[in-house]
Design a protein. Structure first.
Length: 163
């Protein structure tokens, strides 16, 4: 294999990058990075999250998705999301991705410290529809998250009052 082959950017790379921009935008409170992951008409559907944690209506439109995720998670708590078991299907300029998402949630300011052990760890599944835009960048059009398991205190992952 040549160096060129090893560093070629594939559709799979671009698709995984879109979902990585989404979770890193949340984890680092980076609104622009988060916005760069979505189409203008994006839908972010948390309806598959266990209702003992929270009941969600889908967020519709990139601006509502970004504003809501930043307000309720990105700047409201300390989080760490890791993707695994990624599967990708591409058909022309559309794609589907499924993956596991492990999300650690702490109250703001408590995540980095070993002094705070109150947390909520979630095992979720992403089901994501993506499109390639005119600049050949992959963007999330629809993302559905469903719970698989949870460990910890649901209160640690609750949306803070006023958010």
């Amino acid at each position: 294999m040549s160096l060129t082959e090893a560093t070629a950017y594939t559709d799979r790379d671009g698709i995984v990058d879109a979902v990585t921009r989404l979770v890193e935008g949340i984890d680092f409170g980076d609104e622009e990075l988060l916005r760069s992951a979505f189409t203008e008409d994006a839908v972010f559907d948390l309806g598959g999250i266990d209702h003992s944690i929270h009941v969600f209506e889908p967020y519709v439109g990139r601006e509502q998705v970004v504003e809501t995720l930043m307000r309720t998670v990105g700047t409201a708590m300390d989080t760490f999301h890791a993707l695994s078991n990624i599967r990708v299907w591409v058909e022309g300029d559309t794609a589907k991705l499924t993956c596991y998402l492990i999300g650690q949630h702490h109250r703001t300011g408590e995540g980095p410290s070993v002094d705070f052990q109150d947390h909520l760890l979630l095992g979720n599944r992403f089901e994501t529809d993506l499109v390639r835009d005119h600049d050949h960048v992959w963007l999330v059009r629809r993302n559905r998250i469903s719970s698989r398991w949870s460990v910890g205190n649901p209160a640690a992952g609750q949306i803070p009052v006023g958010h």
